[in-house]
Design a protein around this ligand. Structure first.
Ligand SMILES: NC(=O)c1ccc[n+]([C@@H]2O[C@H](COP(=O)([O-])OP(=O)(O)OC[C@H]3O[C@@H](n4cnc5c(N)ncnc54)[C@H](O)[C@@H]3O)[C@@H](O)[C@H]2O)c1
Length: 337
């Protein structure tokens, strides 16, 4: 049984903590943050051990009646691996501490590939992460790109891929603080960073992305044009997508006509936070013209990296050497089928 710590109990960290708690081959030893408000109070309710990242944070937590088990150093002492889910760039500073202590660590997609020297996407490169000291679970958009293109690549169908990404402006819980409205804001650079980011996992992918920020909080939406290596039938392409357990083929003609209806379905399914760990790809929008393939899908940015993080823990700690087995185990625990 490996002891796992979560540093940063925010949008991603709280989900990772719950997912670790569901596994039978790893143990959540504690969560560490600087907050003392309702967000960490929910971790208290879940009976997670709470650690404070700074002395000031510890004082504030205690003044709010939170039992503080210890500081970050004490949490690290108990841990075989740390999942750092702090905001962009903070993890890069924490990494120095993990390295000093010789503790294995995982960072999230806001960090640079260079921080760990390895970037992770379970269905693509689980094996290359086995027993490594560190990896980076790539971002939500990049994870979706890798899942879909890896399926096409495995089937020998992928020549090159070009995608346009509609990116959510902010996360739902903090949409009172920022985000955009009545506008769409293009990213100036083409390619946008997600294509090159996918190549940090799989350098062989020929992929170019463009991105635009839209006034939306629930999810991202992607449109893809793929040049196939040969003429293929629509059915062949659908069968190929079905080889990934983390692509959910959905149907527009079943009323799933927008990201909000998809979200409602996942809420109705009883998933925590209505989380959609899968890429929701419209089966009835898939179009093949000769050797060109067109498709569109929705990405739940808050959820898609959670199963990937659990698999990354298994790969780095070596508790499961077979990627397929880890994926199946994670899927089972999170209700992905
Ligand atoms: N939100 C998303 O949609 C999303 C999707 C995929 C990947 N990511 C990546 O996940 C990482 C975390 O993002 P998030 O959206 O969960 O951020 P968040 O802001 O929701 O949560 C970060 C948490 O870290 C805490 N924190 C800040 N400084 C800390 C410190 N020094 N020590 C301990 N805790 C500290 C914050 O209080 C907060 O609770 C980033 O790399 C981000 O790019 C986010």
């Amino acid at each position: 049984m490996k002891n796992i710590a979560v540093i940063g109990y925010g949008v991603i960290g709280k989900r990772v903590a719950d997912a670790i708690n569901l596994q039978d081959d790893m143990k959540l030893v504690g969560v560490c943050d600087v907050i003392s408000d309702w967000r960490i109070q929910n971790a208290v309710r879940k009976e997670y051990d709470i650690y404070a990242a700074t002395e000031e944070a510890a004082d504030k937590m205690k003044s709010e009646g939170i039992t503080v088990t210890g500081n970050m150093q004490e949490l690290l002492k108990k841990s075989d691996l740390v999942v750092d889910c702090t905001p962009k760039k903070i993890a890069a500073q924490n990494v120095e501490i993990y390295k000093e202590r010789g503790i294995k660590f995982i960072v999230q997609g806001g960090e640079k590939h260079e921080t760990t020297g390895h970037s992770f996407s379970a269905e693509n490169n689980y094996a290359s992460a086995l027993n490594l000291g560190a990896t980076r679970v790539v971002s939500c958009n990049t994870t979706s790109i890798l899942r879909t293109l890896t399926a096409l690549k495995r089937a020998g169908l992928l020549d090159y891929a070009r995608g346009t990404l509609l990116r959510r402006a902010t996360d739902p819980w903090e949409s009172h603080l920022g985000g955009i409205m009545n506008t769409m804001v293009p990213e100036k650079e083409i390619p946008s960073h997600q294509g090159p980011d996918a190549q940090s996992v799989d350098p062989d992918l020929n992929v170019i992305t463009s991105a635009v920020k839209v006034p939306e909080t629930l999810s991202h939406m992607h449109y893809w044009n793929v040049k196939l290596t040969k003429k293929a039938s629509r059915e062949e392409v659908l069968e190929t997508f079905k080889t990934s357990s983390r692509i959910h083929l959905i149907r527009y003609d079943q009323g799933l006509v927008s990201n909000n209806t998809i979200k409602e379905m996942y809420l109705d399914m009883g998933r925590p936070w209505g989380d959609m760990y899968e890429v929701a790809l419209w089966e009835d929008m898939v179009k093949v013209v000769g050797d060109e393939l067109f498709y569109a899908y929705v990405v739940d940015n808050q959820a898609i990296v959670i199963p990937e993080t659990i698999d990354a823990i298994r790969a780095l700690t070596g508790i499961e050497t077979d990627g397929k087995k880890s994926i199946a185990k994670t899927n089972e625990s999170l209700g992905i089928n």
